[in-house]
Ligand binder design. Structure first.
Ligand SMILES: Cc1cc2nc3c(=O)[nH]c(=O)nc-3n(C[C@H](O)[C@H](O)[C@H](O)COP(=O)(O)O)c2cc1C
Length: 189
């Protein structure tokens, strides 16, 4: 896939109930581990949650698309994620570790997109319950990434400062994600 096509990636919150092969999951985590990280200290670790039992246990503790809620809440067993990747640290997080996680997750999202797999970065989730399910210390858990084959095709809108960056659903139930143009957000000095 060309970089231009990768840039078409959008967050997906409706998933097909089709199993993701382990090979694709490995490819996604391979992209994460190659990402930039502070001091190259590689303090991130991953749990690929593939067992249906555990995915179903975590799902109720995750939240989706607040701006259009509840219309993009995945429906369990119909449009819900089929895999979660839990991203955690080898130690309690500092700012650099959160930055590392950002770089790693963005890489995972692009790698998934190349496999035709949609992803949703999850910051709104119940860390305590999820950590308990995964047998982790809650303090070390950073983010979840929800994965599944794409069950929707969100689109990007171009906006300037007069437009709202709030994502929305149109009359055909397509999710639009407004992004500021380069000129809107850039000064050359
Ligand atoms: C740090 C972070 C936390 C996020 N947490 C959530 C979340 O809990 N639930 C959700 O539905 N989307 C979440 N998202 C996805 C954003 O809503 C999404 O990236 C944004 O709307 C832009 O859409 P795009 O990814 O298609 O460009 C999160 C994204 C980031 C970077």
């Amino acid at each position: 896939m060309q970089f231009d096509e990768l840039l078409q990636r959008r967050t997906v919150r409706r998933f097909l109930q089709k199993e993701i092969p382990e090979e694709s999951i490995r490819k996604i985590i391979d992209a994460a581990r190659r990402s930039s990280c502070a001091r190259n200290a590689q303090r991130l670790r991953y749990i690929a949650v593939v067992s249906k039992e555990k995915v179903d246990a975590i799902f109720p503790h995750t939240a989706y698309a607040g701006s259009v809620a509840p219309r993009r809440n995945p429906v369990p067993g119909e449009t819900s994620p089929t895999v979660f990747i839990a991203v955690y640290g080898t130690e309690e997080p500092d700012n650099m570790l959160y930055a590392d996680a950002g770089a790693a997750i963005q890489s995972m999202e692009y790698a998934a997109w190349e496999e035709n797999i949609g992803s949703c970065w999850i910051g709104s989730f119940n860390k305590e319950k999820t950590a308990e399910i995964l047998d982790l210390e809650k303090e070390k858990l950073l983010f979840l990434v929800a994965l599944g084959y794409k069950g929707e095709e969100p689109v990007q809108d171009e906006i300037t400062l007069s437009g709202s960056p709030k994502y929305y659903l149109d009359e055909k139930d397509i999710l639009h994600v407004p992004k500021y143009t380069v000129d809107t957000i850039t000064k050359f000095a």
